[in-house]
Ligand binder design. Structure first.
Ligand code: ZN
Length: 254
């Protein structure tokens, strides 16, 4: 059959596990990796390896995509969905990497319903039915400085997770009805606080734009400043532990 040899080679690579140099790069870049239990660690490694091999990694003109870049983006993306069923990020078929901030020119829309022709700097974007875009210098800066409360890869992948049920409405698919109920109650309260400017500052005010952006910036706060989020919104943080299956308080000091 056409392509069967390529498929066999891919499967053999996955079965053999990550090359040692990849694994040591991940170990030094991701402090949370050592905190995952054996099941999650195995799942994360297999899915990260698959994403590196299966996604089309496209450099912006004049740029070169390296293993370090593929592993950093795929590793963060797969942390986000480590407790989701296989294939949660299957919609991501390609990732475009730019060396630095991308400036959108001409008439464009970053937020539903708002069209502008002002040049807009963007650090990342999840194009619906299209690629993920990232500025590589921002990806690295986020990993090295979690205290800024930002992570563009987690932000854009949160949009992909949110979209799994067909709409970007701030609610990813949640199978457990009890958790879904807690989720809606906690999110509604925190969202209204952000919109009204009452949030103590842990959730980025950009989250007040719409529920989809709220979920994305909330996800960034959860992974980058979990202690601050727990203090400000304990019920919401508990719902996020049940959604994501990992508790960033175990590796984060902020
Ligand atoms: Zn967004």
């Amino acid at each position: 059959m056409f392509g069967s040899r390529r498929r066999r080679e891919r499967q053999a690579a996955i079965d053999a596990g990550m090359p040692a140099s990849w694994r040591s790069l991940c170990d030094s870049r991701f402090p949370w990796l050592a905190t995952l239990d054996a099941d999650r660690s195995e799942r994360w490694e297999r899915r990260t390896h698959e994403m590196v091999l299966d996604v089309s990694w496209e450099p912006a003109r004049g740029f070169e995509v390296t293993d370090e870049m593929r592993l950093t983006v795929a590793g963060l993306a797969q942390l986000l969905v480590v407790d989701q069923p296989d294939g949660a990020l299957a919609a991501v078929r390609s990732v475009v990497l730019h060396p630095t901030t991308i400036v959108m020119a001409g008439e464009h829309s970053q937020v539903d319903g708002i069209v502008t022709d002002e040049p807009t700097p963007i650090l990342g974007e999840a194009v619906e039915h299209g690629p993920l875009l990232f500025a590589w210098d921002e990806v690295v800066h986020d990993v090295e400085h979690p205290e800024r409360g930002r992570n563009v890869v987690l932000h854009e992948c949160a949009h992909v997770l949110d979209h799994l049920d067909g709409v970007v409405d701030g609610t990813p698919p949640i199978a457990d009805p009890e958790l879904a109920q807690r989720w809606v109650e906690a999110c509604t309260e925190a969202y209204e606080d952000v919109v009204a400017g009452r949030d103590p500052g842990v959730i980025d005010p950009y989250g007040g734009v719409n529920p989809g952006e709220f979920f994305a910036v909330l996800t960034e706060a959860y992974f980058c400043e979990p202690h601050a989020l727990w203090s400000a919104h304990p019920a919401l943080a508990e719902a996020l532990v049940d959604l994501y299956g990992v508790d960033p308080r175990t590796w984060c000091v902020h």
